[in-house]
Write a protein that binds this ligand. Structure first.
Ligand code: PLP
Length: 382
């Protein structure tokens, strides 16, 4: 049976990984500065992660959400301690889209309203309400287009005020650092004004931390760089270091009712073991401090590259913007210099999302490779 052909693929077949490296079927080592779409947080095949998952699967990999599972509570306690989000409650699911789908559903349940405000170049996933709130008409099917969504420009605070005052908006959903879109960030003034407007208009403020959460921005959550209190926070990606797990942190003013949300796989024993190993490692290895130190080092080297027009993002969620499309550059980096990087909707942006364990030597290696790859790309067009 052929695979449904929806992914344009690089001709590389990784078969193993160790920390910031992956190895292909021919034994070639690649420096992974993309972490498989920002998923690898504590590094490939981290020994404590491997041990936790191995031990758990040998005991009990799965049972449904119809019985007690103390691992879920353990995960929730650790997440509260590390994130500093003291008041929230946790619902566990299995992906970023599912987290946002549940977040939007909760906002609608809570307010009795159904329109959503989202932002240009935002990305929230590919399921029903999540994809409708995503600014990409190519991935919105007619069935998704039935949702009521208004897309505004980032920083358009007058637009947010005007729309919220119409009284029918259940949620404002945004990324504090846009991932897929290309690392744009609104201003702190904008984020803080959105927060206040949501509170004044009975609208839920959803922080989509699927990509920016779990330390990637240099704080546990990217919203924590600002003075805001989201009603709902969605998480996934780095949460499981590759194991499919997502979640929603829910402010207690949204009251739980039996049956309001549910899932078969979400919060299963194996997923919780993976999620706990990630949180323990972030804490034990001081990975958020490492993010900040490595981000500063990255910036100093990026500033020395004349072709870089703009350095975008923060922490280890970074983008280098050029005045040309980066697809050839990415090919040179991967095939010739064996470095994985990412692209974005903004085709001039090279996305850098390494494991949070990355060290100076890896960043130096990347910039050495980038300088050479830029020369090669320039030679090939002249
Ligand atoms: C900010 C953001 N939200 C949601 C999603 C969707 O996550 P998933 O692919 O796990 O459904 C993504 C994926 O890239 C994302 O970057």
């Amino acid at each position: 049976m052929p695979l449904f052909n929806v992914y344009p693929l690089y001709d590389v077949t990784p078969v193993s990984g160790k920390d910031v490296h992956v190895y292909d079927d021919k034994g070639t080592e690649y420096l992974d500065l993309y972490g498989g779409h920002a998923v690898i947080s504590i590094g490939h095949a981290h020994p404590k992660y491997v041990e936790a998952i191995t031990e758990q699967v040998a005991k009990l990999g799965f049972y449904s959400n119809a019985v007690q599972n103390p691992l879920q509570q353990e995960l929730a306690c650790k997440l509260e301690a590390l994130s500093g989000c003291k008041e929230y409650e946790l619902f566990l699911c299995s992906s970023g889209a599912e987290a946002n789908e549940n977040a939007l559903k909760l906002a609608s349940f809570k307010t009795g309203k159904s329109r959503v405000l989202a932002f240009k170049n935002g990305f929230h996933g590919r399921t029903s309400a999540a994809v409708a709130a995503t600014d990409n008409s190519n991935i919105i099917a007619p069935i998704n287009a039935q949702q009521k969504v208004t897309i505004l420009d980032l920083n358009d605070i007058d637009g947010v005020k005007r729309e919220l005052e119409k009284g029918d908006v259940c949620a404002v959903i945004l990324e504090f650092i846009q991932g897929v879109g290309g690392l744009d960030q609104a201003t702190g003034t904008f984020f803080e004004a959105v927060d206040l407007l949501c509170k004044a208009n009975n609208t839920m403020f959803i922080a989509d931390e699927v990509q920016s959460g779990y330390g990637r921005s240099g704080k546990f959550f990217a919203f924590q760089h600002y003075n805001v209190i989201p009603d709902i926070i969605s998480i996934a990606k780095g949460m499981g270091n590759g194991f499919p797990i997502g979640g929603v942190l829910i402010h207690p003013h949204i009251e739980a009712k039996y049956g309001m949300l549910g899932t078969t796989f979400g919060g299963n024993h194996l997923a919780c073991a993976a999620g706990l190993a990630v949180l323990n490692t972030i804490e034990d290895e001081g990975l958020i401090d490492n993010v900040n130190a490595m981000a500063a080092y990255f910036m100093t080297l990026a500033e020395t590259i004349p072709q870089v027009k703009k350095i975008k993002g923060r922490g280890l969620m970074l983008g280098l913007e050029f005045d040309f499309e980066v697809s050839e550059l990415r090919k040179k980096l991967i095939y010739k210099h064996h470095v994985f990087t990412g692209g974005a909707s903004n085709k001039n942006v090279l996305r850098i999302l390494p494991p949070l364990t990355v060290k100076k030597e890896h960043i130096t290696m990347f910039f050495d490779a980038l300088v050479k790859a830029l020369e090669e790309v320039e030679l090939s067009v002249t």
